[in-house]
Design a binder for this molecule. Structure first.
Ligand code: SF4
Length: 356
């Protein structure tokens, strides 16, 4: 195949069903084939046109000539002693992103990436020390979900129950592709999952939170809060300088009014930084601004930063303080620490041993 031919080929998964129909008509084909092709691309996750066995060989050849499919490939896989599976996914342009399968008693969760690297520079996060190379397109996010779903079924004979957009990147800075991927995940022509099973986690971009509300999204929203006063939050999350807690609270109230979806606050507890009862009181006051729940998350040290996870008794006092005030609190133990798969640790550190 010549390089000119490669340039002419368009990623077919960028097309809507209507656009596929138009393309077929221009190739002299019957428009009803579009539905079959669309189903192969999304519901059946075909990785090549040759898999589309209910199409004629001639049509498959025509499709190959004009279009390409660019599935992500599993480049590496590591399984933690707690059964968490971290995967490195290779994209068509050789970039790597990571996704994680987190098995628990009551759920199987896929954590997926939305960008290659990240432009935000949260001080506690390994991805924040990488440059942002590019956004993932919707199919690259979708493929991570499909691959992780297959891992859940193959390794643990359990279906995927939940999806969190908490991997590499800031989802709301790749807004259109993230929403498009969720459309495919929830559509009956895709994976048919309920949007209630999906959570998008943001470092806090007020304008985009309002846009989610205006777009009337049905999935859940989590805010990576980690400090409930601006001075501390500015120190660990520079995005807070332009998106203050006041601006975020206002955006979250707007989101709740429109969607009636409760907000989840993620709060990593750093020793002697945000784990005192004063911090708990500030967090309590912030939670009162909007119907919400709090996930308290253990910190997983990374080599780039010198934060330390809090101590068990400080964690207990902190979470009990909130509970006694009536806050809905869950303490999330770290998963996949031994393979750098835990929250904030994703940075393409695994060796590349091709497993796919
Ligand atoms: S925590 Fe999220 S937004 Fe912050 S640097 Fe890491 S990936 Fe980016």
């Amino acid at each position: 195949m010549t390089s000119t031919a490669i340039q002419k080929q368009k990623d077919i998964r960028l097309l809507s069903p209507e656009q596929i129909k138009e393309a077929l008509v221009s190739l002299g084909e019957k428009p009803f084939r579009a539905k079959q092709i669309y189903e192969w691309l999304w519901k059946k996750s075909a990785r090549s046109f040759d898999e589309m066995t209910n199409l004629s060989v001639a049509l498959r050849e025509q499709l190959k000539e004009h279009f390409c499919i660019r599935p992500v490939a599993v480049a590496n896989q590591q399984i933690s002693s707690d059964r968490t599976i971290k995967s490195a996914f290779r994209l068509h342009d050789t970039h790597l992103v990571e996704g994680v399968l987190i098995p628990a008693d009551d759920r199987m969760t896929a954590c997926v990436s939305s960008q290659v690297g990240c432009s935000l520079t949260c001080k506690f996060c390994a991805t924040g020390y990488m440059d942002r190379k590019r956004n993932l397109d919707a199919s690259e996010i979708y493929d991570q979900v499909v691959a992780i779903r297959d891992m859940a079924e193959q390794n643990y004979s359990t279906p995927l129950t939940n999806i969190v957009y908490m991997g590499m990147g800031e989802p709301l800075l790749n807004y259109a592709n993230v929403l498009k991927s969720i459309e495919h995940i929830t559509s009956p022509e895709g994976l048919g999952m309920s949007p209630k099973r999906i959570t998008v986690s943001t470092a806090g971009i007020a304008k985009m939170i309002k846009k989610l509300a205006d777009d009337d999204v049905k999935f859940n929203l989590a805010l990576s809060l980690h400090a409930a006063n601006d001075v501390k939050r500015n120190q660990i999350m520079p995005i807070n300088e332009s998106n203050t807690l006041e601006a975020l609270a206002e955006a979250l109230q707007y989101f709740y009014q429109k969607t009636k979806n409760k907000i989840t606050f993620e709060y990593i507890v750093f020793y002697n930084f945000n784990d005192t009862l004063q911090d708990a009181e500030e967090l309590y006051r912030f939670t009162k601004k909007v119907p919400s729940m709090v996930n308290i998350i253990e910190y997983n040290p990374i080599k780039e930063a010198d934060f330390i996870n809090t101590e068990e008794d400080r964690l207990d006092k902190f979470s009990n303080y909130l509970r006694n005030k009536g806050v809905n609190v869950h303490v999330r133990r770290s998963r996949g620490k031994d393979i750098d798969a835990a929250c904030g640790q994703l940075a393409n550190r695994n060796k590349e041993e091709a497993t796919a």
